[in-house]
Design a protein around this ligand. Sequence first.
Ligand code: APR
Length: 260
Amino acid sequence: MSEATLEGAVEEAARYVREARHVVALVGAGLSVESGIPPFRGPGGLWTKYGEPDMRGYDRFMDDPKEWWEQRMSASGSYKELVDALSQAKPNAGHVALREMEELGYLKHIITQNIDNLHQEAGSVAITEIHGNRTKLRCVGCSDRWPLDEFPIEELPPSCPGCGGLVKTDTVMFGEPIPRDALEECIAQTQQCDCMLLVGTSAAVYPAAGFPVDVKRSGGRLIEVNPNETPLTDISDVVLRAPAGESLAGVMARLRAAAR
Ligand code: APR
C-alpha cells in the first residue's frame, strides 16, 4: 500500500475510532510477529512449516492426562521454536498503541487469540483470551485459573483444590471447547461493539472469526490491520495494509492529536 494511501487509511481509521461508542480489538498472531513470535499460517507460519496439528489434541489429553503431563514435564514440548520465541518476546509498538487507546478511553476491550501474555505486559487491562494464556493453569471442571508459578504440582495429573477437577494448561487445545466464561465475554463485547479493529488475524479459526461478521451485520464498522488480504478484507470499511506496529502507532498519533 503506498505511503499516501496508508496515510489516508490511517486518518479514516482514526475517525472511525473517534466516532464509535464501543471499540473492540480482535487480535491474532500477526500482532506479535514484530515481537519475534512466528505466526501460524502464511509465510514463516508454524503450521506452514510443520503442518496444522490434528483436532485430537484435547481428546488425547482427556484419554490419558497423566501421560500428557508426564510428557509435558519431561520434554520442552513440541514447537521448540515457538516456546523459545514466547519466552523471549516483549510487547511491541502495536501492543503499546492498543494500551494507549484503552487509556484514552477509545478502546473498550481486547479479544485476543494470542496466548503470549504480551497485552498484559504492555499494560492493557480489559482483555479476554479466547485461546487461553501460556502463563496460567486452568481447572477443566470449574474454570478456576492460577498463575503457573503459584500452583505447586505435587501429583500428576494435578487436580483442582476447589472442585477436585482435572487441571491443565490454560491454553485451549485443538478440539477443546472454548471456556464458557471467555466465550460469554466475547459475545457480550461483540454485541456492544460498533467498531472492531481486526489486528493480525487470518480469520481462519472460529468462533473468533465470526465476531467481525456479527459486528458488520449489526451495522458496525470494521478496520482491518494486516499486511496481507484475509477473508474479512471484502467486508472491512477501511484496510491498513501494513504491519500492526506501524499502523496502530499511526492511528494512535492521530487520536492523541485529536484529544489535545
Ligand atoms: N502485523 C499485522 N498482521 C500481520 C503481521 C504484522 N506484522 N505479520 C503477519 N500478519 C498477519 C498475516 O497476514 C495473517 O493474516 O497475521 C495473520 C496471522 O494469521 P495466523 O497465523 O493464522 O494467526 P491467527 O489468525 O491468530 O490464528 C488463529 O489459529 O492455530 C490457531 O490457536 C491458533 O490462535 C490461533 C488461531
